[in-house]
Design a protein around this ligand. Structure first.
Ligand code: HAX
Length: 441
């Protein structure tokens, strides 16, 4: 691993010096105007974070180190006989800022394989939970149990020099990413397959092995996992899971603690849990309508009913995006290639025709278009992965690649404790009445 570690360190030193220069010259320049609405309404549009791994454009969608999803599909190495990008390659790209060669990706795969052994106490911790526990709770408990392995925490206790924080974060990250597929697959087999566990296959890539350990050895399912793990990995820094990981990490909580915290955020229905909510919503619609092939008129009526009962239409809308999510489109293309006649997948496409004009007509929704979660479940159901409560765990395994690559950068660049200013409504009222100067506090 020293090879990529050294390469990374060289890059981090250059970037660190560059940022220092930038701040020396432009540090006091105002970027953006913060309004009272922004303060009260989820800090939308406030630029207040640096995340090096990816950047989200409201119209175009996500770019990973400058590369769009269609570009990644062309440029990242694939598995032998495969055509989908290997997520190890995306991890390398996010970490190093440059596209990996086939050898670089093979190197990362080998690092992960060598570090994938999960200690037994992690399984014991998961087994201690009732079988009815939500898979995301089991997952976070598993990650927390693995925290006993943190070299960041151990080295910090031994008096680690702050210059070495990135190095310890690097070690923890590679071990954590290596072990997450095993933890996820263990939860799946425990909860849904009578605890009949499947050993890892040391010859497989990271995502292929996840598919294998879950019990899906179909070639196209492995390909789906490679695509899935790639497109869910990162969405710049302000989303709940990325921001939480960054925030908790800023207290020098180790990567296990920071990532587990972020995944608790991913488990919320407005964020990553939306992928289970979409399929649940479609299954309920099918049951109510008594058909697995609803017409667009039937779907439209069901959408209206959802809205009238004060619920959101899951899988639609976004805090930043203002167009169809390219992660949705990538999955749609996968569906067209591998399962063009699947009824559920076709229903997802009919929902895509039906929902945006209805949401648009409400006049208040800033983005009526589908996000990543609108499509993923239907592809999984096609292969028999019908246990939708598990879907967010897959999202979480993928998201580790982005948020942990970012966390290494946070430590390499010496980012400080995050501590924005908050106000009270009383202080806001006094500020409005000209009796206080809270904004300068
Ligand atoms: N269905 C119904 N109403 C919606 C809606 C949807 N899909 N999307 C937004 N709205 C509503 C909001 O609830 C809000 O209503 P109120 O003014 O009554 O509170 C109004 O429209 C304005 O919201 P917005 O500014 O357009 O959207 P936000 O930035 O506040 O919220 C959300 C973004 C993603 C949370 C929102 O679109 C939503 O709840 N979508 C459904 C859940 C979902 O798919 N989440 C996954 C998002 C992607 C992601 O993180 N994946 O992991």
């Amino acid at each position: 691993m020293d090879l990529i570690k050294d390469r990374f360190k060289a890059k981090a030193d250059i970037a660190s010096a560059e940022i220092k220069e930038l701040l020396k010259e432009y540090g006091t320049r105002k970027i953006g105007e913060v309004t009272l609405s922004q303060v009260y309404q989820g800090m939308r549009g406030i630029t207040g974070l640096v995340t090096e791994t990816s950047l989200l454009d409201a119209q175009e969608g996500i770019r990973f180190r400058g590369h769009t999803i269609p570009e990644l599909k062309e440029k990242l190495p694939t598995a032998q006989n495969g055509s989908e990008p290997l997520p190890e390659g995306l991890f390398y790209l996010m970490l190093m800022g440059e596209l990996p060669t086939d050898e670089d990706v093979a190197h990362v795969t080998a690092i992960l394989q060598r570090r994938s052994h999960v200690p037994n106490h992690v399984f014991d911790a998961i087994d201690a939970l009732p079988i009815t526990t939500h898979p995301m709770t089991m997952y976070v408990v598993g990650v927390m149990a693995l925290q006993t392995e943190s070299s960041f925490t151990k080295r910090y206790a031994e008096g680690m020099n702050k210059k070495d924080y990135w190095d310890a974060a690097f070690d923890d990250t590679l071990i954590l990413i290596a072990r997450l597929p095993r933890i996820a697959a263990y939860i799946y087999r425990r909860k849904y397959k009578n605890s009949e566990h499947i050993h890892p296959n040391g010859m497989l890539d990271w995502a292929g092995n996840l598919a294998h350990m879950m019990g899906f050895d179909d070639h196209s399912f492995r390909e789906l996992m490679r695509l899935y793990m790639t497109i869910h990995a990162d969405h710049e820094g302000g989303n709940v899971s990325a921001h939480t990981t960054h925030l908790v990490g800023s207290a020098l909580s180790d990567p296990y603690l920071a990532y587990a915290a972020g995944m608790n955020g991913l488990a919320g229905p407005l964020h990553g849990l939306a992928n289970q909510e979409v399929i649940k919503w479609i299954f309920e619609m099918q049951e109510e309508l008594g058909t697995d092939d609803p017409t667009t008129e039937q779907i439209a009526a069901y959408v209206q009913k959802t809205l009238t009962s004060g619920k959101v239409v899951p899988g639609y809308g976004h805090a930043v995006l203002r167009k169809t999510d390219p992660r949705f489109t990538a999955q749609m293309e996968f569906g067209k290639k591998h399962m063009p006649d699947d009824k559920l997948v076709n229903t997802v496409w009919k929902i895509y025709e039906t929902v945006p004009p209805i949401l648009q007509s409400l006049g208040k929704i800033k983005n009526p278009w589908p996000n990543v979660d609108a499509h993923s479940g239907a592809l999984l159901v096609h292969y028999g992965l019908v246990e939708y409560e598990f879907y967010t765990v897959l999202f979480a395994v993928s998201r580790a690649l982005g948020v942990l690559a970012s966390l290494i950068w946070d430590r390499a660049l010496g980012f400080p404790l995050e501590r924005p200013k908050s106000v009270t409504t009383d202080s806001v009222k006094m500020w409005i009445a000209g009796q206080d100067e809270i904004w300068e506090a």
